[in-house]
Design a binder for this molecule. Structure first.
Ligand SMILES: [Zn+2]
Length: 102
């Protein structure tokens, strides 16, 4: 159990929130030009770091608003909280996840 600071309600227990997966997954502007493998990468491939990770969360048992969180996945330390549509804080850039070549 860890605490998440909702931008509107303040710090609450993690059980009040729902995880909304990785943040900043940008939809391709021209999906018809992608190969099947590139489209599959967009749909399914996500980073899975041990350390800082940019995530979307919603305060389901509170204000029901979405926001972004930079969280250390190893320690559950919340490193930053910022609003939807905002860029990640300095030093937290999303690394793309690519399928491993086999
Ligand atoms: Zn809230």
């Amino acid at each position: 159990m860890f605490l998440i600071p909702c931008p509107w309600c303040g710090e609450r227990e993690e059980s009040e929130f729902s995880y909304g997966h990785e943040a900043h997954i940008e939809r391709p502007k021209e999906p018809e030009k992608l190969s099947d493998a590139e489209w599959a990468d967009y749909l399914f491939m996500r980073t899975n770091p041990k350390g800082p990770h940019l995530e979307r969360w919603v305060h389901t048992a509170g204000c029901r608003r979405w926001f972004n969180v930079a969280r250390n996945t190893h320690t559950n330390e919340i490193l930053a909280v910022y609003l939807m549509g905002e860029k990640p804080p300095k030093g937290f850039a999303r690394k793309s996840a690519k399928r491993a070549k086999s």
